[in-house]
Design a protein around this ligand. Structure first.
Ligand SMILES: [Fe+2]
Length: 360
């Protein structure tokens, strides 16, 4: 049983769902983050002269409002895979798994960042697909689905003249009947041989990160009550050898700076290296964006991979004020972080090699 985070050598992040796609832009930092988007399809030999591969439009993943990351951490011969959220819709999750040709058979642990449908909606199908992908010889049992115990009946927000409700999150029973072992936990804990740490509730320290303004929850007794803090949001953190902490945030309702500061408290003295996921600044005012970028700068991360609810204004601000650190997180793209650095395009080369070996 590991109580501390263990060093890993590589972290692969297959983005299965994000709001945005961009299969063309290259990684700005190829020496530290490899990014691969296109999946090529082999052409029958000689069918189009010497062309060997086809770039098909139906191999490009779709964007959707939400987040889902398949994260594989490796240390020597040991490798573990965690699914971080499953996006808003079951069909989107399945479509992007197929289009990105993602093998889900190794997913042991499913982490739900918080009870909001744009993160939880795909979970039942994800669990079914993971179980279906298990091979006979694969000794892995049903995946664990790690959730915060406080699941609201409904969440929503006060839109002024009316309350807007979100769809319900999947219930514990729905997740169990899909084949997931539900584990409820509101405390920080390590999982998968200490390669990942799941946080507990995040201490709210900054004065400018105030949760989800006008957020509400349905009590089941016919009334809606304020629920602005979204206390159930939990993040995941890994420790990349020689580099530092790699933080995965779902929607950052506790605030991206509060999340990173708490990750440093949990990380046993390692520096902050990379921050990936939703920073929830799309609806922030100029003062909040300014405070957030200053808060991040003070923590000196080397790589920022904002996606989902971050918003284009904050991505632009990162590019302006923290030049060289921005690697936007796009649906369908696979990113690799390597403790020893890497060569540009090494994942694409790996793909091509696997086609060539199949061809022999
Ligand atoms: Fe979200």
């Amino acid at each position: 049983m590991f109580t501390m985070l263990r060093d890993v050598d590589t972290i692969d992040i297959q983005v299965l769902v994000d709001n945005e796609i961009d299969p063309i832009s290259k990684s700005q930092s190829p020496a530290v983050v490899d990014a691969t988007s296109f999946r090529l399809t082999e052409l029958p030999r000689g069918s189009r002269g010497p062309a060997a591969m086809e770039m098909r439009m139906d191999n490009i993943c779709c964007g959707a409002h939400g987040l889902s990351l398949m994260i594989t951490a490796a240390s020597g011969e040991t490798k573990h895979t965690l699914l971080f959220d499953a996006g808003p819709e079951e069909d989107v999750f399945e479509r992007n798994v197929k289009r990105s040709r993602t093998d889900l058979s190794g997913v042991e642990h499913v982490h739900l960042s918080h009870w909001h449908r744009d993160h939880s909606g795909g979970i039942p199908r994800a669990v079914r697909l993971i179980n279906a992908a298990r091979k006979e010889e694969n000794p892995l049992g049903q995946p664990t689905v790690d959730v915060h115990p406080d699941r609201p009946i409904y969440r929503g927000f006060n839109a002024g003249p009316f309350i807007a409700s979100l769809e319900a999150d999947p219930t514990f029973e729905e997740i169990e009947s899909a084949g997931g072992n539900v584990v409820k936990n509101d405390q920080s804990h390590t999982v998968l041989d200490g390669m990942f740490m799941v946080s507990g509730e995040v201490p709210r320290k900054t004065e400018y990160e105030v949760g989800f303004p006008r957020g509400m929850r349905f009590t089941g007794k016919g009334e809606w009550v304020p629920d602005e803090l979204i206390k159930d949001e939990r993040f995941v953190v890994c420790k990349l050898r020689e580099k530092g902490l790699v933080v995965f945030a779902g929607c950052s309702h506790p605030g991206i700076v509060n999340i990173c500061r708490h990750a440093l408290e949990l990380g046993g003295g390692a520096p902050l290296y990379a921050v990936i996921g939703g920073f929830h600044l799309a609806d922030g005012d100029a003062a909040k964006l300014e405070s957030s970028i200053n808060g991040l700068k003070a923590l000196t991360p080397q790589i920022l991979m904002p996606g989902h609810c971050t918003g284009w204004r904050f991505k632009f601000k990162i590019e302006q004020e923290m030049a060289g650190s921005l690697v936007p997180c796009f649906s369908g793209t696979k990113y690799t972080l390597n403790a020893d650095g890497m060569q540009e395009g090494q994942n694409l080369l790996k793909d091509l090699k696997s086609f060539q070996s199949k061809d022999k």
